[in-house]
Design a protein around this ligand. Structure first.
Ligand SMILES: [Zn+2]
Length: 346
């Protein structure tokens, strides 16, 4: 066991890797990744989930993912309850994936990931990235709750999907509804702050909805925004019920005028532009079926954009107990990507 592995166990003083060479030093092999996982799961030392005994377990050189209790001699898998559960892929590949996904500003496509790590099969890369996306939505995700003087912009946009097996030129547009928490900058010196009159985006929530009905749009808002908040939308009738649901609703008569949108809903239009650029630039468009998973990744990265180096740990932390799809799930069409939208008025 190397000195580096011992360093990994000193978690409190452990600087998060801020570069590829640092990452390489921290996670040089399977044992180092396993030690990190063990420490993540049992910060105060191993507790056998079978018999509850504490104390250092047996570790195996050729089975790094398994710990054996010294008391009851039963094995515990380090990946159980995480998105890596029952994986045949080495832990180091998962760690690289989590690192690249969390630190690369735009994330990466399955093709890029496959090439970078020299994975033999595209399907392996595709599956790992989707499993990590499943880990990006916190089950207990709280609702957006703007501070005094802040508000929420809500609007929908159409995202072009491509559908497999229907030939070229067949496109299906999907409706994505979004809520953005808008804050006001205290500092007047920032150029970005000046651009939108000192307003900037804090957290976002995005969901695919079946239509632009009041049920769909108000249902989404109820799921993601705390009642009592100030919400700015355009004057589409689908939002008219918000006041009755306890929100301070400010509809803006947009009437297709881009200047009005720029004036009253500037932040959300910037978010839409970023989203579309990312979907096209990094992923070359995504299918309707998996769009929600990409929205989850976009949300995850956007909401953590000021803390890129904590994201990796956060991903491993959140990844615990996340329900992740198998390859069959992804292709059968049965799998439902986690979403903040859960239907009418729920
Ligand atoms: Zn035990």
């Amino acid at each position: 066991m190397s000195i580096i592995t011992m360093d990994v166990l000193q978690r409190d003083d452990l600087p998060f890797p801020e570069s590829l060479p640092e990452f390489q030093k921290m996670f040089p092999n399977e044992a180092a990744c396993a030690a990190y996982l063990e420490r993540t799961r049992w910060p105060k030392g191993f507790v056998c989930p079978q018999c509850g005994t504490t104390g250092d377990p047996f570790r195996f050189e050729n089975r790094t993912g398994v710990l054996r209790c010294r008391h009851c001699e039963r094995d515990t898998s380090l990946t159980s309850g995480t998105v890596m559960e029952r994986t045949h892929t080495p832990l180091s590949i998962w760690f690289w994936a989590a690192y690249l996904v969390s630190t690369h500003t735009t994330g990466l496509s399955a093709v890029q990931f496959q090439r970078q790590l020299k994975l033999r099969r595209y399907e392996t890369a595709f599956l790992i990235l989707h499993k990590l996306r499943a880990a990006m939505v916190r089950p207990d995700q709280d609702r957006i709750c703007p501070d005094q003087g802040s508000h929420v912009e809500v609007d929908e946009t159409m995202v072009g999907g491509r559908t497999r097996g229907e030939g070229r030129g067949v496109h299906h547009k999907v409706i994505v509804v979004t809520a953005v928490e808008v804050r006001h900058s205290q500092s007047k010196s920032k150029s970005a702050a000046k651009r939108h009159g000192g307003r900037y985006a804090d957290r976002v929530r995005l969901a695919v909805v079946p239509d632009r009905s009041a049920d769909s749009l108000c249902g989404f808002v109820q799921n993601v925004v705390t009642p009592g908040s100030i919400i700015v939308t355009d004057d589409w009738s689908g939002y008219a019920g918000l006041r009755g649901l306890g929100y301070e609703h400010l509809p803006v008569a947009e009437r297709g005028d881009p200047h009005v949108a720029e004036e009253f809903l500037p932040i959300i239009h910037t978010v839409f532009a970023n989203l579309k650029t990312w979907l096209m630039g990094t992923h070359h468009g995504v299918s309707h079926q998996h769009l929600q998973a990409y929205l989850n990744e976009f949300t995850f990265r956007f909401n953590r954009r000021h803390y890129p180096f904590n994201t990796f740990r956060s991903l491993l932390g959140i990844a615990r107990h996340a329900c992740a799809p198998t390859y069959e799930d992804l292709y059968s069409g049965e799998w439902k990507h986690p979403t903040t939208y859960s239907g009418v008025g729920s």
